[in-house]
Design a protein around this ligand. Structure first.
Ligand SMILES: Cc1cc2nc3c(=O)[nH]c(=O)nc-3n(C[C@H](O)[C@H](O)[C@H](O)COP(=O)(O)OP(=O)(O)OC[C@H]3O[C@@H](n4cnc5c(N)ncnc54)[C@H](O)[C@@H]3O)c2cc1C
Length: 509
C-alpha cells in the first residue's frame, strides 16, 4: 500500500519487520524483494509522487571545495528533462534519482574490485564473483540485454583484439530505451502489496538506539507540514543515496556524539564522484569507420562501448581509470560537401554518415579522507543541519589526467580510432563537473578501522543497520554505478532473507 504521512495522525507509530529508507533503485529493489518473500516492510520516502521544490530543497548543500554542476535550463545535455531539472544530481521524489537518470547499465569490471598498489585506498573487500549472480538475476528480471554475451560477440571480440594490441581497452554497457523509473516499475506492486507499506512525505531525521547503542530501535520521521512519525523494525536499511545516508548517520548523534558508525571518523569521508566533461571531437580514423555501427547511440535499447588505457599502462604510469565515450554527430549537407571536396572517406553507421564524434571524458578519482561531506551549521526547513561538501583531489588525480590525455591521443591515432580536437577546452579537473555519482561516504571494508560497513553492508558496531547505496563503494573506477547499486541491494535482500528469518517468528508470536 502507498500512503502519505498527511493521512496519519499528528504523531503516529508504525512497526514492520524491515524498515527501508528511500525509494530509489536501491530502496525499491530491496523493499519489494523482501515483501515478496513475506517480510513486513515499511518504506519511508521523503518525497511525493510529483516533484515538490520545497522537498527537493532538503537536499541543498554548501560547497566548500569544487562545486557540483549547476542547474541550467539551457544545458547541452539532459534535454530530455524539464528545464528546471537539467543538471540536477539527486532527486527527492518517490522513485528518487531514477526519475531523471539516463538508464545506462554497466557491470563493474573484475579489476575494479582489486586493490591497485598505485591507487591509495583502492579495492573492495568482496570481489566480482560475489556480485555476478546478482547482476545476472537483475539483468534477467529487468529484461536487459546480456552483457556477458555481448562481450564475446564476434565484432566486439575483433575490435577488442585490435585495441588491446594498441594498449587500449574497451567495455560495454546496456542502454535502455526508456530508463527504469522505480516509481513506475514498482508503483503498482507497492500499491497492491499486503506486506509493504510505503509512506510518502516522511523524511527520516534520526535513528534512535537501544541502551547498548548497538541496535536501532526506531526511525524518527518528520514532514514539512509538521507531522511526526516513528517507525520501528527489526532491521533498518538506509537507501537514501550516498549523501543522505552519511547525513543521517552523522545527525543521529544524541546517544553517540560522533554519530552512528562513526567511531573511527570515517562517515562522510572518502567521497568520490566521476568528474566528467563533454568536450571536443574525435575525427574518425580507419578503425572507427570500420566499426562505426558499434559506436551508434541510437536506436535504443542497445549496447554501447567506452574506451580506456589498458590495465598494464595504468599500472606502469600510476594512472587512474579515465573513460572515453564517443557520441556520433551526423553530417549536415555542408559537412558532406566539405568532406567530398577534400576526398575524405565517409564514416557511416546505420543512422547515416558521421561527421565526427563528440567526446565525453569521465574519470575516476583517488579515494582520500579529505574529500568529505560533514554536517554544517546552516539548517534546512526541517531544522536539520545541511551538509557541507568538500570535494577535492590529489596531485595524482591531476597528473593522471594529463598523462592519460597524452597517451590516449597517441594511441587513438596509432590504432586508427582517429584524432582528437579539443580546441581550447581539453579535459581538465578544473572544468569538469560531477557525474551525479556520489560514492564512498560509508565505504565498505573488512574491518571497522578502514570503513563504515562490513561486507554485508551492515554498519560496523550495529546489529541491525544496513546501507544500500553507492555510499558503500570503496572505489568506483568504471563509470555508471547503478547496476552495482542494484546488485548490492539484491545481495543484501538475499542476505537478510537467509540471516533474519527468526525475527519473523518472533513477531507473529
Ligand atoms: C541526470 C542523471 C543521469 C544519470 N544517469 C545514470 C546512468 O545512465 N547510469 C548510471 O549508472 N547512473 C546514472 N545516474 C546515477 C543514478 O541515478 C544513481 O546512481 C541512482 O539513481 C542512485 O539510486 P539510489 O537508490 O541509491 O539513490 P536515489 O535514487 O537518490 O534514492 C534515494 C531516495 O531516498 C530519499 N531520501 C533521501 N533522504 C531521505 C530521508 N532522510 N528520509 C527518507 N527518504 C529520503 C530520496 O527522496 C530518494 O527517493 C544518473 C544520475 C543523474 C542525476
Amino acid at each position: 500500500m502507498i500512503t502519505d504521512i498527511l493521512e496519519m495522525g499528528e504523531q503516529t507509530k508504525l512497526r514492520g519487520q524491515v524498515v527501508v529508507l528511500g525509494s530509489g533503485i536501491a530502496g525499491a529493489e530491496v523493499a519489494t524483494h523482501l515483501a515478496r518473500h513475506g517480510r513486513e516492510v515499511i518504506l519511508v520516502e521523503s518525497g511525493r509522487d510529483g516533484f515538490v521544490p520545497s522537498i527537493q530543497a532538503l537536499n541543498d548543500v554548501i560547497f566548500l571545495g569544487k562545486r557540483h554542476r549547476e542547474l541550467d535550463p539551457d544545458s547541452y545535455y539532459h534535454r530530455y528533462l524539464p528545464p528546471e531539472l537539467r543538471g540536477v544530481s539527486r532527486v527527492r521524489q518517490f522513485g528518487g534519482t531514477s526519475n531523471v537518470w539516463t538508464g545506462k547499465w554497466k557491470y563493474l569490471q573484475p579489476i575494479d574490485f582489486e586493490g591497485r598498489p598505485w591507487v591509495a585506498n583502492s579495492g573492495w573487500p568482496i570481489d566480482f564473483a560475489d556480485l555476478l549472480e546478482h547482476y545476472r538475476s537483475a539483468a534477467k528480471d529487468y529484461g536487459f540485454g546480456d552483457l556477458e554475451a555481448e562481450a564475446v560477440r564476434p565484432e566486439i571480440t575483433e575490435l577488442r583484439a585490435k585495441l588491446t594490441a594498441g594498449g587500449l581497452k574497451m567495455s560495454s554497457f546496456y542502454w535502455e530505451q526508456t530508463p527504469t523509473r522505480t516509481a513506475i516499475r514498482f508503483g503498482d506492486e507497492m500499491r497492491r502489496s499486503q506486506n509493504l507499506q510505503v509512506v510518502l512525505g516522511a523524511t527520516a531525521t534520526e535513528l534512535k538506539l537501544d541502551d547498548s547503542c548497538q541496535r536501532v530501535t526506531a526511525v524518527v520521521c518528520r514532514s514539512l507540514e509538521g507531522r511526526e512519525l516513528t517507525v520501528e523494525g527489526d532491521v533498518v536499511i538506509i537507501a537514501t543515496g550516498a549523501f543522505e545516508a552519511a547525513r543521517l548517520l552523522l545527525a543521529s548523534n544524541r546517544q553517540l556524539p560522533k554519530g552512528i558508525g562513526n567511531a573511527h571518523d570515517l562517515v562522510g569521508r572518502f567521497y568520490t564522484d566521476h568528474p566528467k566533461h563533454h568536450t571536443g571531437f574525435l575525427h574518425p580514423g580507419a578503425l572507427t569507420r570500420q566499426y562505426a555501427h558499434e559506436l551508434q547511440y541510437a536506436p535504443k535499447p542497445r549496447f554501447c562501448i567506452c574506451f580506456a588505457l589498458d590495465d598494464a599502462t595504468q599500472q606502469q604510469h600510476d594512472l587512474l581509470e579515465h573513460v572515453l565515450y564517443l557520441k556520433p554527430i551526423y553530417e549536415k549537407p555542408i559537412d558532406r560537401l566539405w568532406r567530398t571536396l577534400r576526398l575524405r572517406p565517409a564514416c557511416r553507421d546505420h543512422n547515416g554518415a558521421v561527421a565526427a564524434y563528440r567526446v565525453k571524458f569521465v574519470t575516476e578519482q583517488v579515494p582520500q579522507k579529505n574529500s568529505r561531506i560533514q554536517l554544517g551549521k546552516e539548517l534546512d526547513a526541517l531544522g536539520q543541519r545541511k551538509l557541507e561538501v568538500d570535494w577535492c583531489f590529489t596531485e595524482q588525480d591531476h597528473q593522471s589526467m594529463a598523462t592519460t590525455l597524452q597517451l590516449l591521443t597517441q594511441r587513438f591515432a596509432e590504432v586508427g580510432l582517429g584524432a582528437f580536437d579539443f580546441g581550447n577546452d581539453p579535459p581538465s579537473l578544473e572544468t569538469m563537473t560531477d557525474a551525479a555519482h556520489q560514492m564512498g561516504t560509508t565505504r565498505m571494508a573488512s574491518r571497522p578501522e578502514a570503513g563504515v560497513v562490513d561486507t554485508n553492508c551492515r554498519v560496523f558496531g550495529m546489529d541491525n543497520l544496513y546501507v544500500a547505496s553507492s555510499a558503500v563503494f570503496p572505489t568506483g573506477p568504471s563509470y555508471s554505478p547503478t547496476f552495482t547499486i542494484l546488485a548490492l541491494a539484491r545481495r543484501l535482500g538475499e542476505h537478510l532473507l537467509q540471516t533474519a528469518p527468526v525475527s519473523i517468528t518472533q513477531l507473529s508470536v
